[in-house]
Ligand binder design. Structure first.
Ligand code: ATP
Ligand code: ATP
Ligand code: MG
Ligand code: MG
Lengths: 224, 224
């Protein structure tokens, strides 16, 4: 469902070029469940942003569901981002001035879902990540791990077929992390494609494949 | 050096009261090296913000270096925050429009250090966390773990005697986390007071005392 050939992402900073990705070849099948690991700065989030159609490569090819992403127009890209891909960001990116129920409803508003169904589904999603009693809180009125869970609920609310999560348990204690990983495992059993970035080996053990990056390239790619 | 008696921090949200801290008794000695652990939402960051004089308790006493913090005036509080305490925030809080060298220099600017010494010390601090080649990058041009390391460098630059770090390795791979924990271990050997929040048991093992919170109260407090 995802094919990437010789993908590069370079940033030119004055005289220097930062090679965030430096030639990545990667394929994901429809029901893949993979963890991306690697040192800080090795290119994991950059790779994830390209997969999620939030960034474009400097060179190389990215084919998503049979279509070359470089040739998609803005409408097609918007549809992919809103309907087919759910993204949990490393820095959460919630809207600070609305409460977490509204934050989780946002993708449903873009999808044209009616208000009553929106509220029901968003409430259920927040209950599922253990935040049923924080629905009216704004992000500034939540703990770090609670903000992270709102971001997860928001990413999953549209039932996207591809789920990309960048350090989804980075701020969570062990017990809460296990709850979140069970949600991902259920989604994987339901047939979705799941790609996680994590620096914790315990979290990577939940997945079926571990891809390790180093200096913008793939160092290893093993099924487990 | 730190004494807290029956500390409470309540938030009133309409009809409900959120009891973020619900009666905490805690003491830290001058050279303590402690980890604070506990479930997401159990009050760790709230406790840390009160210790760091960034938030005031709803009730209870907090005595820092022999002084009752509730009785300090604004100048004394500012001096404590800028000179005596170094804070690594769970959400980093870097200024996005200046590069990371300038971000690390900020506490030195407030301390009135001259420009050339500022630049030398900030450069050295960034080298020590492995970011010598990222000095001109702004936070938006850094990876999550790199942003985290800039926040750490900034917190340590004034040589504060009390270091408070909220999930300092949350976005770091194992090798980089070890580098950071070595910096904290050196600072502990140099006589500083260090209090870390972490959800990772491996990180807590570097410290000499583990305090576990649950529902705004201390569940256990053990030397190790
Ligand atoms: N401004 C606020 N208004 C209302 N409730 C708040 C506010 N800030 C925090 N809370 C609540 O206080 C509780 C404790 O928050 P705190 O940030 O201290 O938790 P934490 O232990 O650091 O959690 P985490 O591990 O997720 O970072 C949480 O349940 C949170 O929802
Ligand atoms: N806008 C940018 N301009 C210049 N360099 C950038 C930019 N964004 C990222 N980089 C650099 O690209 C490299 C890869 O960044 P990326 O965020 O993908 O790393 P990462 O593997 O996710 O790291 P972490 O584990 O710390 O989150 C880093 O060295 C970073 O400094
Ligand atoms: Mg990253
Ligand atoms: Mg916290």
């Amino acid at each position: 469902v995802i094919t990437m050939r010789d993908l590069k992402r370079h940033y030119s900073m004055g005289e220097e070029t930062v090679k965030a990705l430096d030639g990545v070849d990667l394929e994901f099948l429809k029901n893949d469940y993979a963890a991306i690991m690697g040192p800080s700065g090795s290119g994991k989030s950059t790779l994830m942003n390209i997969i999620g159609c939030l960034d474009t490569p400097t060179s190389g090819t990215y084919i998503l569901n049979g279509q070359n992403v470089a040739e998609m127009d803005d409408d097609e890209l918007a549809r992919v981002r809103n309907r087919e891909i759910g993204f949990v960001f490393q820095t959460f990116n919630l809207l600070p001035r609305i409460n977490c129920l509204r934050n989780v409803e946002l993708p449903l508003i873009y999808a044209g879902v009616n208000p009553r169904e929106r509220e029901e589904r968003a409430t259920e999603a927040l209950n599922r990540v253990g935040l049923g009693d924080r629905i009216t809180h704004k992000p500034t009125e939540l703990s770090g791990g609670q903000i992270q869970r709102v971001a997860i609920a928001r990413a999953l609310i549209n039932n996207p077929s591809i789920i990309l999560a960048d350090e989804p348990t980075g701020n969570l204690d062990t017990a809460t992390s296990q709850d979140i990983m069970e949600i991902f495992s259920d989604l994987s059993k339901a047939g979705n494609t799941i790609i996680l970035i994590t620096h914790e080996e315990d979290i990577a053990l939940y997945t079926r494949r571990i891809i390790r990056l180093r200096d913008g390239r793939i160092e290893s790619d093993k099924k487990q």
